[in-house]
Design a protein around this ligand. Structure first.
Ligand code: DGT
Ligand code: CA
Ligand code: CA
Ligand code: ZN
Length: 599
C-alpha cells in the first residue's frame, strides 16, 4: 500500500464521519493525518513497523498509529467499512461537486435519501432545494452547474491516480517472475493526458512462456491483484477488470515480436493511428497491432519496436505526448519535431504555499525538499488577503513574511529562496496589494480565486487589467479550471496571450494534478506567440513538489522546448527573464537581489 491510498482511506473516513455528524475533533484527526501522509516522502507501510518513529510525526498519536497499522495490514479500515454500510459509496461523489460540503450532503441524505449525483440532480431540478435552510435558489443553480461538469468528466481519472494504480498493478504482475518480460503502460496515460478513461497495459511474455497453459496461469495470477473489484473479461490474450475506485484496466498479453506494433497501436491516439495507417497504405504497406507489413502478400517489415516502424514509414520517432494528429506527422517527415523539454531541465519552482497561508510546511522544509529534487531556486508564494479561506496575508503580515523568507534564504539552505506572493486578481482586475508592497517582492504571481462566472467580455477586461499592471510577472493557473469539478474561466485567450507577449508576462503551467492549467492547446499557442511559460507546482506541502513532472508532461504535450520555459534558466538569468518591475532596471534588479541574498 502506498501513502496515496492510505491517505485516501483516511480522507474518506473523515468525510463519512463528517456526513455522519461526528464532532469536529474526531474527523479532523483523520483529515490531518491524511494531509500529512499525502505529502510524506517516507513510506507509511514501512513506518508502521516502527511505531515510535511514526508517533514522532506531527499530529500522529498512539490511536492513529493503531489505525494505520490496521490499514496497512488489512488494506482497509473497519470504521470506513462500517460507515459505508450506512451510506452508499456514491455519497463521496457528492463531495466532489463544487458547492456541496459534508453538511449539505448529510442534509440531502436525511431529507431525500439522495446518495448519488443523479438523485441530487433530480431534487434540484424539481426545485426542492431552494427553500431549504442554508441552500437558496443560487445554491440550487450552482449545484446543477456542478453536476453538468461532473457528468461531462465522470468516469475519467486524474493522471496521478492512474499512474499510481498502474505502478501497483505492474508490481503485482511482475511477481509472476520469468513468465513476464515487461509491462508497459500505453493509451492516454502514456500520452500524458491530464485525465485517463481507462488503463491500457501491455505485457510481453517471457521467452519460453508463450504456451496457452502458461498464459492461462499468468492470467490467473493477474486476476489475483488485491485491488480488483470486478473481473470483466478473460480472453485468450487479454484480461480486463475494474478497480475499487471504478477505474477499468485492460492488460494485453503479447509476444515480443509484435510488441512495437502493439505499443504503437494501443498508445494511440486513435487519430494518430488512423493517419499513420493512411500513410502506410500510400507506401504500399499495411499497419495493424501485430506488424507493419507489405500490402501484397502481407510480409512483415517491422514490428518489434516503435522506432523501427516509424523509420520504415520514413518518419522521425514521435514522442507519445505528441501523438494527437495535430501536425506531428508532417513535422516528423520533415525532421522538424520539437526537441521536447525534459523534467530535469527545470531548475526552480515558482508557486508554493507555506504555513503562513494554507500550506502544511515551513519555508525551510519546502526549501529542503526542493533542493533534494535538484532545484536551484524556489519562490514561496503565499496567498494575499482576499483569499480569507486560505488564511491570506494582509500587507503587514506579508511584509514580515518577506523578511522571514529573505532571512531563511540567507541562512544558506543550499537553494535560493525567493520572496514571492500569489496575489489575487480582484473582480475589477486590480491586484490585492499596494504597488509599494508589490515592489518588494522578487516574484509576483497573480491569480483569480473569486468571481469565476463573469461574462466573457468582463472576464477578458479583468485579465487584461491584471496583465497591464506593471507589477504582474506571472499569471497563476490561468484558466482556473479544476479537472472534473470546475470549467475554465471564459475569456478571449487569443487577446490575452497577445497582451502577455507584448508586456512580457509569463503564463504558468500549473503542475497540480487536478489543475494542469494551461492545457496543451493553450501552451502550444504560448509557444507560437512567443509568450513565456513558467512550470510550477502550486505545492501545499513538501511532497507536492514532485508534481513538477506532470507540468512538464503537459508542456511536452504543448510542444514546448527547454527554451520556451523560463524556469529552465539558472537563478540570475531566470530573474532577468521575468518582466522587470517599474523603476527597476533589469541589471539593477539582479544585483540588488544578489546582495539581498548575501545579506
Ligand atoms: P482514454 O482511455 O479515454 O483516456 O483514451 P485512450 O487513448 O487510452 O483510448 P482507449 O483506451 O479507448 O484505447 C487505447 C488506444 O487503442 C487508443 O489510443 C488507440 C487504440 N484504439 C482503440 N480503439 C481504436 C480504434 O477503433 N481504432 C484505432 N485506430 N485505434 C484504436
Ligand atoms: Ca485508455
Ligand atoms: Ca482501453
Ligand atoms: Zn491559486
Amino acid at each position: 500500500m502506498d501513502n496515496k491510498q492510505i491517505a485516501r482511506i483516511l480522507r474518506e473516513t473523515a468525510q463519512l464521519l463528517e456526513i455522519d455528524g461526528a464532532i469536529i475533533g474526531r474527523y479532523r484527526s483523520y483529515e490531518k493525518a491524511a494531509e500529512l501522509i499525502d505529502g510524506l516522502p517516507e513510506s507509511i507501510a514501512q513506518l508502521v513497523t516502527t511505531p515510535d518513529k511514526l508517533e514522532e510525526l506531527p499530529g500522529i498519536g498512539e490511536r492513529m498509529v493503531e489505525h494505520l497499522q490496521e490499514i496497512v495490514k488489512t488494506g482497509d479500515y473497519a470504521l470506513r467499512k462500517k460507515l459505508l454500510k450506512k451510506y452508499p459509496a456514491t455519497i463521496l461523489d457528492l463531495l466532489e461537486l463544487q458547492s456541496l460540503g459534508p453538511k449539505k450532503v448529510a442534509f440531502l441524505w436525511s431529507h431525500f435519501k439522495a446518495g448519488t449525483v443523479a438523485d441530487v440532480e433530480r431534487v434540484a431540478k424539481e426545485g426542492k432545494l431552494r427553500d431549504l435552510p442554508g441552500f437558496g435558489e443560487k445554491t440550487e443553480q450552482n449545484i446543477l452547474k456542478a453536476i453538468e461538469v461532473f457528468k461531462k468528466s465522470s468516469g475519467r481519472f486524474h493522471i496521478d491516480a492512474a499512474e499510481a494504480a498502474a505502478a501497483e498493478i505492474i508490481s503485482h504482475i511482475k511477481k509472476a517472475g520469468k513468465a513476464v518480460e515487461e509491462v508497459t503502460p500505453a493509451g492516454s496515460l502514456r500520452r500524458g493526458k491530464e485525465t485517463v478513461g481507462d488503463l491500457d497495459l501491455l505485457l510481453t511474455l517471457g521467452v519460453g512462456h508463450t504456451g496457452q497453459k502458461q498464459i492461462d496461469a499468468l492470467a490467473k495470477h493477474i486476476l489475483e491483484f488485491p485491488g480488483i473489484d470486478q473481473t470483466l473479461a478473460r480472453g485468450e490474450n487479454k484480461v480486463s477488470f475494474t478497480l475499487q475506485n471504478g477505474l477499468q484496466v485492460d492488460v494485453r498479453l503479447l509476444e515480443k515480436e509484435s510488441f512495437g506494433a502493439a505499443l504503437l497501436y494501443f498508445t494511440g491516439s486513435k487519430e494518430h493511428n488512423v493517419a499513420l495507417r493512411g500513410r502506410a497504405n500510400d507506401m504500399g504497406l499495411t499497419l495493424n497491432e501485430y506488424a507493419l507489413a507489405t500490402l501484397k502478400g502481407e510480409k512483415p517489415v517491422a514490428g518489434r519496436t516503435e522506432e523501427e516502424i516509424y523509420a520504415k514509414l520514413k518518419l522521425d520517432y514521435i514522442p507519445p505526448e505528441l501523438r494527437e494528429n495535430t501536425g506531428e506527422i508532417a513535422a516528423a517527415e520533415s525532421h522538424k519535431l520539437p526537441h521536447l523539454i525534459e523534467w530535469n531541465d527545470v531548475k526552480g519552482d515558482l508557486q508554493m504555499h507555506s504555513t503562513a497561508s494554507d500550506g502544511k510546511n515551513s519555508i525551510e522544509e519546502m526549501a529542503e525538499a526542493a533542493r533534494k529534487l535538484g532545484h536551484q531556486y524556489i519562490a514561496i508564494t503565499d496567498h494575499s488577503k482576499a483569499v480569507t479561506v486560505a488564511n491570506g496575508l494582509d500587507e503587514k503580515r506579508m511584509a514580515a513574511h518577506i523578511r522571514k523568507i529573505r532571512e531563511a534564504s540567507a541562512k544558506g539552505l543550499g537553494i535560493r529562496v525567493l520572496a514571492g506572493a500569489e496575489v489575487d486578481i480582484l473582480k475589477d482586475g486590480s491586484l490585492d496589494y499596494s504597488d509599494e508592497l508589490l515592489a518588494q517582492l522578487d516574484v509576483v504571481v497573480c491569480s483569480i480565486h473569486s468571481y469565476f462566472n463573469l461574462e466573457r467580455a468582463a472576464m477578458t477586461d479583468r485579465m487584461m487589467a491584471a496583465i497591464e499592471n506593471p507589477y504582474t510577472q506571472i499569471i497563476g493557473h490561468p484558466t482556473g479550471r479544476l479537472l472534473r469539478r470546475r470549467d475554465p474561466l471564459d475569456y478571449d485567450m487569443e487577446k490575452i496571450l497577445e497582451a502577455c507577449a507584448r508586456h512580457g508576462v509569463a503564463m504558468e503551467c500549473n503542475s497540480y494534478p487536478d489543475r494542469l492549467d494551461l492545457k496543451d492547446v493553450y501552451l502550444r499557442m504560448c509557444r507560437d506567440r512567443g509568450v513565456k511559460v513558467v512550470i510550477s507546482t502550486d505545492s501545499h506541502n513538501a511532497g507536492n513538489l514532485a508534481f513538477i513532472r506532470y507540468g512538464v508532461t503537459m508542456a511536452r504535450r504543448g510542444w514546448l522546448e527547454k527554451r520556451d520555459v523560463i524556469n529552465t534558466l539558472p537563478t540570475e538569468e531566470f530573474l532577468a527573464a521575468l518582466r522587470a518591475k517599474p523603476g527597476v532596471s533589469k541589471s539593477k534588479a539582479a544585483t540588488e537581489k544578489k546582495s539581498a541574498a548575501k545579506r
